[in-house]
Design a protein around this ligand. Structure first.
Ligand code: IMP
Ligand code: MG
Length: 184
């Protein structure tokens, strides 16, 4: 693997833009859930980690966090389809909790659609989605997104949680992958 600059075609969303938007979303969530005493943020590993940790710093009401890892059946790299398999389940009982799923990106929608179905069987008081990125044109199944950072074009992106072969999640911005340099 080369330095990230080798694979970077352009910066799509700068660190400043990300942080500014996250402040806004944090404020909105704090307002919307101000009457809740059971807010639980569920981060989908691993892509949602940077977004979660920055977002929770701007949520001013008491809340807990938990983590979940899923993988799609028949998934090769960036494509996903159909049902998901739980690779790591929550540690928290979500019954009667106000649950907010925190995700890096919604693409086809299959991942979050299955996660929503699965979690709703556990009878949370409410269940909503907060995603940083939304590739709208790629949607194959509808998912109800309550909070969205940015709508983005149908381009393969990395950084700020999103990886290229597990690397570069640490970049503070979201960049477009140069597909002439990287075989996605
Ligand atoms: P979905 O089930 O098709 O909505 O897929 C969502 C998952 O696909 C995300 O959680 C990401 O892991 C992955 N993904 C989709 N698009 C990209 C991308 O452009 N870069 C990196 N990962 C992506
Ligand atoms: Mg992911």
């Amino acid at each position: 693997m080369m330095d990230y600059r080798y694979y970077l075609k352009e910066v799509l969303i700068s660190e400043e833009q990300l942080q500014q938007r996250i402040v806004e979303i944090g404020a909105q969530i704090s307002k919307d859930y101000s009457n809740s005493d059971s807010l639980l943020l569920i981060c989908i590993l691993r892509g949602g980690v940077l977004f979660l940790t920055d977002l929770m710093r701007h949520i001013t009401i008491p809340h807990a966090i938990d983590f979940m890892a899923v993988s799609s059946y028949g998934m090769g790299g960036r494509e996903s389809q159909g049902a998901v398999r739980i690779k790591m389940d929550l540690m928290t009982d979500i019954r009667d909790r106000d649950v907010l799923i925190v995700e890096d990106i919604v693409d086809s929608g299959h991942t979050l659609s299955s996660v929503m179905q699965l979690l709703s069987t556990r009878k949370p008081a409410s269940l909503n989605i907060c995603t940083l990125l939304d590739k709208e044109e790629r949607r194959e199944v509808e998912v109800p997104i309550r909070y969205r950072g940015f709508a983005i074009p149908n381009k393969f992106v990395f950084g700020y949680g999103l990886d290229l072969d597990e690397l570069f999640r640490n970049l503070p911005f979201v960049g477009v992958v140069d597909l002439e340099k990287y075989d996605a």
